[in-house]
Design a protein around this ligand. Structure first.
Ligand SMILES: [Zn+2]
Length: 221
């Protein structure tokens, strides 16, 4: 069940969504009554807050941006009322976010996607990684590249692997990568948590070598 790699690039469009969320721990109070930390974590996972978003326009001409103000959506009935993963009901003081997420073009199905929902095989130039830490993630062309893997996790092509788990986790060597994006070959295999383990060879992502299936994303190679 392999997937072919392909290049994507920003389109002139964004997806507009309204998001409510909490941080897993929040500080409440003021200088007169003092401050305390309250737990607002979600049962879906340790260190995760509650979260929900609703897409209100699939494609609008806009700049990629997020705002922590309600702005023109003050009082809009479409704001999510509850966490998507549990029964938590958002309070007024929880976080508000108006998101214009960049849509990317180049997928073989002709559709536009926000990065984190891109199909397996999508590969993009992540210039923000170059800006954040110059030279750390760059390849022979001087650019940082990411590849969307099955399971919805991105892999930094010229980044470092990691060794060990939890507190013992430390930085490992970089992969040996040959070829130019999107027709790359990487050695050794790529394991991303418990979500995917396989190979990238000649611009094709292999089926999971531990047998995981990804029914949402049919094979493309
Ligand atoms: Zn929740």
């Amino acid at each position: 069940m392999p997937w072919k790699c392909f290049l994507i690039e920003p389109s002139p469009y964004c997806r507009l969504s309204l998001r409510r969320f909490t941080f897993s721990k929040e500080t409440v109070g003021d200088t007169s009554i003092g401050f305390r930390t309250v737990e607002k974590s979600c049962p879906r996972g340790k260190d995760w807050g509650h979260d929900a978003f609703v897409v209100i326009a699939n494609q609008v001409e806009a700049q990629n941006e997020r705002s922590t103000l309600k702005g023109e959506f003050e009082g809009d009935p479409r704001w999510p009322a509850r966490c998507v993963s549990c029964a938590y009901v958002f309070e007024e003081r929880d976080q508000w976010q108006v998101n214009y997420d960049q849509l990317w073009k180049g997928s073989p199905d002709g559709k536009l996607y926000v990065l984190r929902e891109s199909p397996p095989g999508a590969m993009w130039h992540a210039h923000w990684l170059e800006d954040a830490t110059p030279n750390r993630y760059t390849g022979p062309d001087g650019k940082a590249w990411c590849l969307m893997m099955p399971g919805g996790v991105e892999w930094i092509v010229y980044g470092h692997s990691s060794i060990g788990e939890g507190k013992d986790r430390k930085e490992g060597p970089k992969w040996q990568v040959s070829g130019a994006p999107p027709n790359i070959t990487a050695h050794p295999s790529i394991a991303i948590g418990k979500r995917y383990h396989g190979f990238v060879k000649g611009g094709v992502i292999s089926a999971d070598c531990e047998g995981r299936k990804f029914p949402a994303w049919p094979s493309t190679a």
